[in-house]
Ligand binder design. Structure first.
Ligand code: GUN
Length: 283
């Protein structure tokens, strides 16, 4: 039976360290790390995420500002707000919650954020830095996954690592971070042939496909570490991951639950990036 990797516990430990470092920064400089979060429209899931981000800031003693813009906001208005925040010395991190309403161009918005304040690490300057292993910010979800893997004490070096999913936000950067730690990395996606053959090779399996219970126990190697990034609702409306937990936990050595696994880590890593940004900018 697998040991559960508790995202709540790991997250709490990391947040305590962030809180301490933020208070040390305040004692030295009189400044708090500042995060601005922009949300356009009324998407209910985004509203919850944004509330939790502001709550996270409060918990670790950061300054935070939330900008709620109406659904019909024009591109020029959004870009003007980002420009104002780029030039605001009390704001060290800027995050524009995605998805944006259809009439707004997400790529242009990401490009408008000063890369030094891009705490999502979505700007091409930051994704490029991740490629060459010389980064200040890591994208929040993959960085959270790395913390969870590290919490097991297992060294990634030399391990067969399989990432299922190739999104720009999770799959691709996840593969880079595992490679950075000297894993032997394979990325699987919807066109992969013999998926099971590949996932069964994985000592470390990270799944981010957005399909409920997509990976089952028979697709997992005995003793693997399984990290489930998915958050889906099943037919009964219950939150489930991309991994079928009941069959997977019988095979894996460590496994993350949903909820309570990767989820709590994502905001924690955002706080980490905001602290990093503040330290760089306050210097
Ligand atoms: N929407 C869902 N996840 C994220 C995220 O990590 N960052 C942003 N900006 N929007 C999101």
């Amino acid at each position: 039976m697998a040991q559960i990797i508790s995202g709540k516990e790991v997250s709490q430990r990391v947040r305590e360290r962030i809180k301490l470092e933020a208070s040390e920064l305040f004692e030295k400089t009189g400044k708090k790390p500042g995060l601005a979060v922009i949300i356009v429209g009324e998407d209910p899931a985004s509203q919850v995420y944004v509330r939790n981000k502001a709550k996270g800031c409060e918990e670790v003693g950061f300054h935070s500002e939330v900008y709620r813009l109406p659904e019909d906001t024009k591109m020029e208005e959004l870009l003007a707000l980002i420009e104002k925040l780029n030039n605001d010395c009390n704001i060290h991190g800027i995050l524009c919650q995605l998805p944006l309403p259809k009439h707004l161009d997400e790529t242009e918005v990401i490009l408008a954020i000063n890369p030094n304040k891009d705490v999502d690490a979505f700007h091409p300057v930051n994704t490029g830095k991740i490629m060459i292993g010389n980064y200040s910010f890591l994208p929040c979800t993959p960085a959270g996954v790395m913390e969870l893997i590290a919490s097991t004490g297992v060294d990634v070096a030399g391990k067969e690592c399989v990432v299922v999913g190739r999104s720009n936000i999770v799959g691709k950067p996840q593969a880079m971070l595992l490679l950075q730690k000297n894993g032997t990395v394979t990325i699987c996606h919807s066109k992969t042939k013999n998926l099971k053959e590949t996932t069964k090779r994985a000592d470390i399996l990270v799944v981010a496909v957005g399909r409920a219970n997509f990976i089952t126990g028979d697709m997992i190697k005995d003793g693997a570490i399984v990290v489930d990034v998915g958050i889906n609702r099943n037919e009964e409306g219950k939150l489930v991951g991309d991994v079928h937990f009941e069959s997977a936990e019988k095979v894996a050595s460590y496994i993350t639950p949903v909820p309570g696994g990767v989820g709590p880590m994502t905001i924690t890593m955002l706080l980490q990036n905001t602290l990093t940004a503040a330290k760089e900018q306050i210097k």
